[in-house]
Design a protein. Structure first.
Length: 478
């Protein structure tokens, strides 16, 4: 007889799934997510806000623990490393995205730290990554979504955020630790009862915004480690928390919509997240990526210099006419990651996408700021209709004036998504190139090659600590 509550069914799925049962596409996407995240973490090491996360991670767990703080010569406790690595992965906002939005920075770091500390196999870590992303996507589908369409208009819910992903994060920790179904159910129930509040809407509305961004990634990742540890130590969890619409998770997390059927529909038989997993070629909010694709193509093809541009007019996602995105008071890289007109101006300068986009010199370059003043953003009139037809669609249009001419670019899908246009898919080779660029100057060439090969052959790795040990800068340079 099967278990009855949603939490119990999720626990049964997470505790009993094995790598051999995963479709090839799920295994492949889990590897891609891991490689991309490792590179994003190392790229963030020179970012001041990310460094605050590293320092606090060390305060939490010391500097002589069993888990690596990625790209550094420092190790810490599982909790300390999870906090630090979450801050690093999300630091430049170039990490992978999956509805309900950012998922990986919250669900991967705890599992990664536990896997290293326990000497877990690559197969177990891959399974944990797959479970975390599948569960996060499914629960996100039950709640309000950032791009909900109401009466033909893309409408942001009054309460929104990424806390729902943490069930997947707690499960990932449990998979790595080898939890049986009962302990896994307790971990998920505890996670539900200790869930951080969804504060993303406040962040959107109060610009210039807080530098912790939509939610503090380190605290989110640490909460998944805590939930799993408490269950392992014997605490029991609330197994009815996802079934109780009136007093449970749907109520206190603030979602107006609660449609739980997709959470467990064909769970373990049909895997949904790979189709919607997207990767970011640019270290900037995803809403602008289609426009960046069009803009960079125009200025490159016609060899247009920033000073020759008379104006840039862009049309894109209609819901982003909010303070955090229309902000032009660029104090730091966090402001730059979300400003639409600043992003257009920076992209027009043809800097190689990556950590170079987020330096203080780049974001405050006089030429960038001057071009920002000549750039505008508007809601695309067809955006909602296209989104309703395909959740991956991001209809955009860009008009650039230079040399007395008008240059036009349009995109239906940005680079990095799986779409009807095969060119938008980010191939393994492109993800490897992104990884190499992100770790350039931080890791030695032989270690870069080793990590790439190991991740793409992770099911054959007996102990993931051997791979993560190659991500310690001090160790490889000594």
């Amino acid at each position: 007889m099967g278990m009855s509550t949603i939490v119990e069914r999720l626990a049964e799925f997470a505790a009993n799934i094995r790598l051999e049962a995963l479709p090839d596409s799920v295994v492949a996407e889990s590897k891609r997510v891991l490689l991309d995240s490792l590179g994003c973490a190392v790229a963030s090491l020179e970012d001041a806000a990310s460094q605050r996360g590293v320092e606090y991670g060390v305060q939490l767990g010391g500097e002589n623990g069993p888990a690596t703080i990625l790209g550094t010569g420092r190790t810490s406790s599982v909790g300390g490393a999870a906090f630090a690595n979450a801050e690093l992965i999300n630091g430049l906002d170039q990490d992978a995205v999956l509805p309900p939005g950012h998922v990986t920075p919250y669900v991967l770091p705890g599992a990664l730290a536990n896997a290293e500390a326990l000497g877990a196999s690559g197969a177990r870590l891959l399974t944990a990554i797959a479970v975390a992303h599948e569960m996060s996507y499914r629960i996100g589908q039950a709640t309000d979504y950032l791009r909900d369409i109401r009466d033909g208009v893309v409408t942001i819910p009054k309460i929104i955020g990424y806390s729902s992903t943490l069930f997947g994060g707690a499960a990932a920790n449990g998979v790595v630790k080898g939890f049986l179904t009962e302990t896994m159910a307790d971990a998920l129930g505890i996670m539900g009862s200790t869930m951080p509040t969804n504060t993303q809407r406040a962040w959107m509305m109060h610009a210039p915004s807080t530098t912790i961004k939509y939610q503090l990634p380190g605290a989110m990742a640490l909460s998944t480690v805590t939930a799993a540890a408490m269950a392992e130590l014997g605490h029991t969890g609330d197994r009815a928390i996802l079934d109780d619409r009136e007093f449970g998770f749907p109520r206190f997390i603030g979602t107006a919509r609660w449609e739980p059927a997709p959470i467990t529909a064909e769970l373990g038989e049909q895997w949904t997240f790979p189709q919607y997993q997207a990767f970011k070629p640019y270290p900037h909010c995803r809403v602008m990526h289609g426009l960046f694709d069009a803009l960079i193509e125009i200025v490159t093809e016609h060899d247009i210099r920033p000073g020759e541009i008379e104006s840039i007019d862009a049309w894109g996602e209609s819901f982003v006419m909010q303070p955090v995105w229309v902000n032009e008071d660029i104090r730091n890289p966090r402001d730059a990651q979300f400003s639409m007109t600043h992003g257009l101006a920076l992209a027009a300068h043809r800097l190689p996408p990556g950590k170079g986009w987020q330096t203080m010199d780049a974001i405050h370059d006089r030429s960038v700021l001057d071009l920002m003043a000549r750039s505008t953003f508007h809601a695309h009139p067809d955006f909602a209709e296209a989104l309703a037809a395909d959740p991956s669609a991001r209809t955009t249009r860009l008009e650039l004036r230079a040399h007395g001419q008008s240059f036009v670019g349009e995109r239906q899908y940005p680079k990095g998504v799986l779409s009807p246009n095969p060119d938008t898919y980010m191939t393994d080779e492109e993800l490897i190139a992104k990884f190499r660029h992100n770790v350039d100057g931080m890791l030695a060439d032989d270690d870069i090659d080793h990590v790439i090969d190991a991740v793409f052959d992770l099911e054959q790795v007996d102990d993931v600590s051997v791979v993560l040990g190659r991500m310690r800068v001090a160790a490889i340079r000594s």
